[in-house]
Design a binder for this molecule. Structure first.
Ligand SMILES: *Cc1c(COP(=O)(O)O)cnc(C)c1O
Length: 360
């Protein structure tokens, strides 16, 4: 399997304990605790959990004032959720190519894509990486052009900028996902972080019917229902306790992969700064991708083709050639990336990759 969530006795016990207490299951104390743990870990003032890491982006965009017709710059290489999150309310995602070294937005290309309608940039920290141009360059650009910076940091829990800030805290709002493949999971789930009291307050209302206070039925704004559940929070709390050890293991796995494959010229890794970022998946570009994937599958090794260029997805079909995302669409491959991988398994995987290219 290329990726597998990791739950154990602790999660099971936490759920049983909660059920023995007899709660309402809907979000309450456990959810608050989970939110607090995320806020503490990331250093953000506020953390708000929601159903998933897509609706979190939609709520982030709505809370900062993006409306139908506004343009939002998004990378042409990302999970489809990034652009779809603003499509939800008819804002317009504008696709911009990414840097070849990091697969994060290319700031020079961002500058060329800014128009009078540009309201925000959704910066995706691809696989925990930050743009080579530096986060400061994005913060400065946004300030200069009066554009809001939103961080889709779905892949970046456990990753920091070199200046020590957790990824997701540089933007006005940052978003995380706890879907099954992410570094920690609650099955489904998402979290928003922000240091802005007003934005936090807006998000809380948007996710709870626009209620002006907990449990009342007084509504002075429109809101919906994107609330969490205590069962997910029970799991989330236990997963947060395991985050740091996963961060360490993810980095060890990356080091072992890159060491064992360093002489294989057909497999290239991206620039991952292990001093502060945590690779979530092991992303590579490879030659003869289809054959390699087939060969590995025959040897019981699961891999996954990386995201193709979004502008060419039938759902969008926007004209334009974006060199880097096009290349990833042809060569990008995720190697097995579960945190549970043992050193022996990684050695086996790498030996099979080496065997494949020797046989060509
Ligand atoms: C996983 C992911 C999402 C979506 O999160 P869900 O919780 O699955 O909705 C959004 N953006 C990026 C970059 C992701 O990797």
């Amino acid at each position: 399997m290329q990726m597998q969530p990791w739950f154990a006795e602790e999660e099971k016990k936490a759920i049983c304990e909660y059920m023995d207490e007899g709660g309402f299951l809907t979000e309450f104390k456990r959810t608050e605790k989970f939110e607090q743990m995320i806020a503490e870990y990331t250093g953000a003032k506020h953390s708000i959990v929601v159903n998933n890491g897509t609706i979190s982006l939609t709520l982030a965009a709505m809370a900062v004032g993006i409306e139908a017709g506004d343009e939002v710059i998004v990378p042409n290489y990302t999970m489809i959720a990034t652009p779809n999150s603003v499509k939800m309310f008819d804002a317009v995602p504008v696709f911009v190519d990414v840097e070849p070294e990091t697969l994060c937005l290319d700031i020079e290309k961002v500058k060329n894509a800014i128009t009078a309608k540009t309201k925000a940039i959704m910066l995706v920290s691809a696989n925990g990486r930050y743009p080579k141009s530096g986060i400061k360059a994005f913060e400065d650009l946004c300030k200069e052009k009066n554009i809001i910076l939103i961080e889709d940091s779905a892949q970046s829990l456990g990753s920091f900028y070199p200046d020590g800030r957790h990824i997701g805290t540089a933007g006005l709002v940052g978003s995380f996902s706890f879907s099954a493949p992410k570094i920690i999971s609650t099955g489904q789930g998402g979290a928003l972080i922000t240091n802005d009291d007003e934005v936090a307050n807006k998000i809380r209302r948007l996710k709870d019917f626009g209620r002006s206070g907990g449990g009342n039925d007084i509504h002075d704004s429109i809101g919906f229902n994107f609330k969490f559940t205590e069962l997910q929070a029970c799991i989330g709390i236990e997963q947060m306790k395991k985050l740091q050890q996963r961060v360490v293991r993810k980095k060890e796995i990356f080091e072992l992969y890159t060491k064992l494959l360093k002489d294989v010229k057909e497999v290239k890794f991206f620039e991952q700064d292990l001093s502060c970022t945590t690779p979530w998946f092991y992303d590579t570009t490879v030659e003869n991708r289809e054959e390699l994937q087939k060969f590995l599958k025959e040897n019981n090794i699961g891999t996954r083709v990386m995201y193709g260029p979004i502008n060419k997805q039938v759902a969008y079909n926007v004209e334009g050639e974006h060199e880097v995302s096009n290349m990833i669409g042809q060569k990008g491959l995720w190697l097995p990336s579960t945190t549970q991988l043992t050193d022996d398994e990684i050695k086996y995987i790498c030996s099979k990759i080496i065997e494949f290219y020797k046989g060509l």
